[in-house]
Design a protein around this ligand. Structure first.
Ligand code: MG
Length: 392
C-alpha cells in the first residue's frame, strides 16, 4: 500500500517516512504522506489566482507584486495575486474597497481570451491525465482517477508539474474519496499545494468547521440552521438523520450524509450547461448606442467562445441592462436555429438593445444564451449548418 509520494520525482514508498523527511531519491521536501494514499481516487484541481497568475506569467514586471485583475473603479475584483491577498484583497470584492486596502496594487484589465486559451490547455492536460474530468469553471475541475495506470497521487503530481511547465501557472490539488472532501482539500494548502483528506479522518476533520462548508448550504440555510443551534458541522453530527430529515426534508438527508463526509456524487464529464452569459459594468454610465454596441460585441464574442469551446449551440439570446437607478431589465428572443457564432448572437442582441437606447443611462450590460444543445457536427460555427445538423 502506497503511503508516500514525492511530488517532484514521483518516487513512491509503502512505508511512511518520518514527517518532514526529504525524498530519499531526489531530496525534494515536497512529499505527500497519507495512510490512505493508495485508495483515494477523486481529485479536485484548482488553478492558483488564475487570471492574476496568467498576467504575471506574461509580464515578468508584475511578478512578486500585488496585482488585481478587474475594472478601474467600478465593478469587482476578478482575481488577486497572492501578494495582493496579503492585504485582504479577495475576488468579488468591490474594486474601490480593494484599492483602499491595497493602494499600491497594480490593476490590470481582464483579457478573457487569454485566460480562455490558458484554461483550454489546462483542460486538455487534465483529460490526458485522467479518464473522467468534470470542469467546474475555467480554472477548476474534478478528476476521477480510478483506473489510471499509476497511483492517483502520482498522476496528479505529474499533472501539476506539466501544467507548470506547459502553461506557466501553478495549481493546487485536493485528493480524497469523494468530490465534497476533494474540493475542501484543494483549498487547504494553496498555492502550489497538495492536500489529502482520508475517509477515516473525515468526520473529525469536518466537526469544527462551519456548516456553510457543506455543498448547497448557502446564507439562508446557514441562518435557519443557526436558529436551530447548528453552527458547526459537529453540531450536525450530534443530530440523527431522522431528526434532520424531519426538520429540513430531503435536504436534511444530505446534511446527515455530508456531515460525516459521505458524498455519492459521481464525476460527470462535461457538466450539463443550461446557459452561458457575460456582463460588464461600465466605468461611467452609458446612454449612447455606439459605446453600448461596442460593449455588447465584446460580450457576444466571449459568450460565443465559451459555446464553441464546449461544442455547444443555443436557441435563445437574452439581453440584460442595469439602469442608473439599479433597476434591471431583460429582453429575450428565441430563434429557429442553433446559434453559436458571435456575429449571430450579436445580431439578435443588437435588435433587443436598440429600442432600449432612449436616453436612459445604463451602468451594466450583459448578454446570455440559453436553450443549449450540443453541436452535432463539430465543424466551423455556422448558423445554417448547425440548424441542418440539428434537424431530425
Ligand atoms: Mg482558482
Amino acid at each position: 500500500m502506497i503511503t508516500t509520494v514525492c511530488r517532484d520525482c514521483d518516487t513512491v514508498a509503502a512505508t511512511a517516512s518520518a514527517e518532514g523527511a526529504a525524498c530519499s531519491a531526489c531530496g525534494s521536501a515536497r512529499m505527500v504522506r497519507h495512510p490512505e494514499l493508495g485508495v483515494l481516487t477523486i481529485a479536485h484541481l484548482d488553478c492558483d489566482a488564475f487570471y492574476a497568475s496568467v498576467e504575471q506569467r506574461d509580464d515578468p514586471s508584475l511578478r512578486g507584486k500585488p496585482l488585481i485583475v478587474g475594472g478601474r473603479t467600478r465593478g469587482v475584483v476578478l482575481a488577486a495575486s497572492y501578494e495582493a491577498r496579503r492585504f485582504g484583497v479577495r475576488s468579488a470584492m468591490p474594486m474601490f474597497k480593494a484599492l483602499a486596502d491595497c493602494p499600491d496594487a497594480v490593476v490590470v484589465r481582464p483579457d478573457m481570451e487569454k485566460y480562455r486559451q490558458a484554461g483550454a490547455v489546462v483542460r486538455r492536460l487534465m483529460r490526458e491525465a485522467a479518464p473522467l474530468v468534470e470542469p467546474l469553471s475555467i480554472d477548476e475541475a474534478f478528476l476521477d482517477l480510478a483506473g489510471t495506470a499509476e497511483p492517483p497521487a502520482v498522476a496528479m503530481a505529474r499533472l501539476a508539474r506539466r501544467i507548470e511547465a506547459e502553461v506557466g501557472i501553478t495549481v493546487s490539488i485536493g485528493l480524497s474519496c469523494n468530490k465534497f472532501l476533494a474540493k475542501i482539500a484543494s483549498d487547504l494548502d494553496k498555492p502550489r499545494g497538495f492536500a489529502v483528506i482520508g475517509r477515516q479522518e473525515a468526520g473529525a476533520f469536518l466537526a469544527p468547521r462551519p456548516v456553510g462548508l457543506i455543498w448547497g448550504v448557502g446564507p439562508a440555510m446557514q441562518l435557519r440552521l443557526a436558529q436551530d443551534g447548528i453552527v458547526t458541522i459537529g453540531d450536525l453530527q450530534q443530530r440523527t438523520a431522522q431528526d434532520l430529515t424531519a426538520r429540513y426534508g430531503r435536504f436534511g438527508e444530505r446534511l446527515a450524509r455530508f456531515a460525516f463526509g459521505r458524498d455519492e456524487r459521481r464525476v460527470v464529464p462535461e457538466r450539463e450547461v443550461k446557459s452561458v452569459s457575460a456582463e460588464t459594468t461600465f466605468d461611467v454610465n452609458l446612454d449612447l448606442l455606439d459605446p453600448l454596441k461596442r460593449a455588447l460585441w465584446r460580450l457576444c464574442k466571449r459568450v460565443a467562445a465559451r459555446l464553441t469551446d464546449r461544442g455547444m449551440a443555443a436557441g435563445t439570446v437574452t439581453l440584460k441592462l442595469k439602469r442608473h437607478d439599479f433597476r434591471i431589465l431583460t429582453r429575450s428572443r428565441t430563434v429557429d436555429g442553433r446559434l453559436q457564432s458571435a456575429v449571430d448572437i450579436y445580431a439578435i442582441a443588437l435588435r433587443l438593445l436598440e429600442p432600449e437606447v432612449d436616453g436612459t443611462r445604463y451602468r451594466l450590460i450583459g448578454v446570455g444564451v440559453s436553450g443549449i444543445s450540443m453541436r452535432q457536427d463539430g465543424g466551423e460555427p455556422d448558423l445554417f449548418a448547425a440548424a441542418e445538423a440539428a434537424a431530425p
